[in-house]
Write a protein that binds this ligand. Structure first.
Ligand SMILES: C[S@@+](CC[C@H](N)C(=O)[O-])C[C@H]1O[C@@H](n2cnc3c(N)ncnc32)[C@H](O)[C@@H]1O
Length: 350
């Protein structure tokens, strides 16, 4: 069934009727309308600490199948199970559920809703989720019908496999995101140092949680930086603003999944660019190139979406303003969709 606006309107009516039923309720609603909205069921609670810990360990140990030279890819990875990816999802879930993913068609400027928006606005939707047997599965099932899309994560088991495939030791992640690549780095046999950037303040506690689970505490912290005992560092800022912080650093591997223009909207910490290519993508490739050693590899997951086309830029334009050459692509099979996705592998040559 299509949208959404009617559902939201219906839900609003329910809310208004409700308010008018009694003055006490009316007062409560007016002074604190949110008090009637329950917290959505969180994965962290439904999984529980024991399963979460089991998943964390499985990021390191689960088999990831590897096929070399598969249909235009230097290597194709396939997971035997996607469950362990829930580890990072559970830790960062509130942020992921609040992310608006562009489900609309730009031409009709369909409104974008996050799961949390629909949860807040639509009591029928809340009822459906709460009364379902498998609330997690229902969150995914109702995406289309209720006009939201859940943000996906970059599965940490793939990140681990990719780090190990390239024997990465000193890693730069310009857009650290939910922390999947960091969890993959922590689980890998090879990564010794990981430096990540992300402007979203709300992700910082999740990073600390992940590091704590892997046995590292905070060594140093200020409003823009967290340094951990194991030498991992996260800068809470835009990557393009971090040039001065990296001065003197040199990485052998860079790996990221940058925003696909404004395909996902991370709320108050979403950067506002008037020109994504000039203000974001160009500095992203220039700076990554600058801090990679010659011969170092930049693995970058980009995808053309309804928000903009970026793959041609990477393949055709980036080699013109840097010494990066496209060495090929890594394939990996998506979680539930089972579609093959690819990561570009760029090598710094000069
Ligand atoms: C969640 S990841 C993955 C995005 C995914 N590829 C997509 O668009 O569907 C993107 C992360 O990049 C971060 N980000 C956005 N702009 C950034 C910038 N200029 N520098 C560093 N990180 C940035 C966001 O806060 C977000 O956590």
């Amino acid at each position: 069934m299509a949208c959404k606006t009617t559902d939201v309107a219906k839900a609003c009516n329910v809310f208004i009727d409700f308010k008018e039923r009694g003055s006490l309720r009316k007062e409560l609603c007016v002074s604190n309308p949110k008090s009637f909205i329950p917290q959505f069921p969180l994965l962290v609670n439904s999984l529980g600490p024991v399963v979460l810990e089991e998943y964390r360990k499985r990021i390191r140990t689960d088999a990831v199948l590897k096929r070399l030279n598969y249909r235009g890819c230097m290597v194709l990875f396939r997971l035997t199970s996607i469950d362990p990816a829930e580890y990072v999802r559970a830790i960062q879930e509130i942020e992921m559920l609040s992310t608006k993913v562009n489900v609309g068609d730009k031409k009709t400027s369909k409104a974008r809703h996050s799961f949390s928006d629909v949860w807040r606005e639509n009591s029928v939707f809340r009822e459906l989720i709460m009364s379902s047997e498998n609330q997690e599965e229902t969150k995914w099932k109702l995406e289309g019908e209720y006009g939201y899309r859940l943000a996906t994560n970059f599965m940490p088991m793939y990140a681990k496999s990719i780090f190990e495939y390239f024997d990465a030791k000193n890693v730069l992640d310009p857009c650290a995101g939910w922390g999947d690549r960091m969890a993959g780095a922590l689980s890998s046999r090879c990564v010794r140092r990981y430096v990540g950037f992300d402007p979203n303040k709300n992700l910082m506690n999740g990073y600390k949680h992940i590091l704590r689970d892997f046995g590292s505490g905070v060594r140093n912290e200020n409003k823009n930086m967290i340094e951990f005992d194991n030498g991992y560092v996260i800068y809470n800022m835009l990557f393009e603003d971090g040039d001065f912080l990296l001065s003197g650093s040199i990485f052998d591997f860079a790996f990221t999944s940058p925003p696909f223009f404004d395909f996902e909207d991370y709320g108050e910490y979403m950067p506002k660019y008037t020109d994504w290519i000039d203000e974001f993508y160009k500095p992203l490739f220039e700076l990554t190139h600058k801090y990679l050693k010659i011969g170092g590899v930049f693995a970058v997951y980009v995808k053309d979406t309804i928000s903009g086309r970026i793959e041609d830029f990477v393949v055709e334009k980036v080699p013109k303003f840097t010494s990066f050459v496209v060495r090929g692509r890594i394939g990996f099979i998506g979680g539930c969709s089972k579609r093959k996705r690819t990561i570009y592998v760029l090598k710094r040559t000069l």
